[in-house]
Design a protein around this ligand. Sequence first.
Ligand SMILES: NC(=O)c1ccc[n+]([C@@H]2O[C@H](COP(=O)([O-])OP(=O)(O)OC[C@H]3O[C@@H](n4cnc5c(N)ncnc54)[C@H](OP(=O)(O)O)[C@@H]3O)[C@@H](O)[C@H]2O)c1
Length: 267
Amino acid sequence: MNINSKVSLHTGRQMPIIGLGTWKLKYDTANIIYHALKLGYSMFDTSGDYGTQPEIGEGIARSGVKRGSIYLVTKVEEDDEAYSATKKNLQELDLDYADLMLIHRPPETGYGEKLWEQLIRAKEEGLTKDIGVSNYSVEQIEGLAEHTGVWPVVNQIEWTCFGHTQEMLDFCNDNDIIIQAYSPMTRTERLDDERLSAIAERYGKSPAQIMIRWNLQLGTVPLPKANNLEHLKEDIDVFDFEISDEDMSALSNLNEMYSALGDLKYA
Ligand SMILES: NC(=O)c1ccc[n+]([C@@H]2O[C@H](COP(=O)([O-])OP(=O)(O)OC[C@H]3O[C@@H](n4cnc5c(N)ncnc54)[C@H](OP(=O)(O)O)[C@@H]3O)[C@@H](O)[C@H]2O)c1
């Protein structure tokens, strides 16, 4: 496993095993994207409502990295017309296509069938390579797939050793859906947990690196956000050690259904 490793999606395409989150990446965004690409990040997660798309596009353009070597994830909102919102996002990013378009969250009623049909059209027309969901429960994914016949490649959800469910992990493994882990460092809220720190110390790594590595070894895809250059480097310096089976279990056992956002929307 290294920074260039990929996971396979059920559509046959591949996705990097780690990506940079960009919610609140508000300071010097284009420069951070530029540096991230130079450091080896290739996946970026954004959304129409993050306000980061124009500068992400700028950082990508400035880096000179080929479009084919970059994996761009963005999202449409539950009250969007998803086809035109996809086009608007691409315009802001100054890109011809996204690699992955997600429904940001399920609408209050139904499963988001209309949004999904519009994303299917966007995919058919080449505006995005793949489509997925975010903040969906097992029941909502099943409902969406039953109504449209098309399964998402990804469910992007809040996912850490302090907050996750075996039910979602099993369901996604059984149905070839990749979990993208958002807020993978609990937005720093649990980085000072003593049990986590004790494990981190044994590996000579930081608590943030242990949380990221826990995701990688579980087969879930972390999206750590870092505006600080030292954080940016640290968050991908996670490929020179391996957490033992025993410590993976100890970390998973820290689960208290913790959510930095209020609640685990999928649980
Ligand atoms: N789909 C959704 O509904 C949804 C919801 C939430 C998030 N997301 C996505 O997931 C991404 C990540 O989640 P998040 O931004 O909520 O939280 P996060 O990645 O868990 O935490 C980000 C915070 O951790 C700090 N940090 C980064 N690396 C660190 C390190 N090595 N040591 C100590 N602190 C470190 C960052 O500081 P600096 O910024 O100062 O470096 C920032 O304050 C988002 O940016 C977004 O792309 C999606």
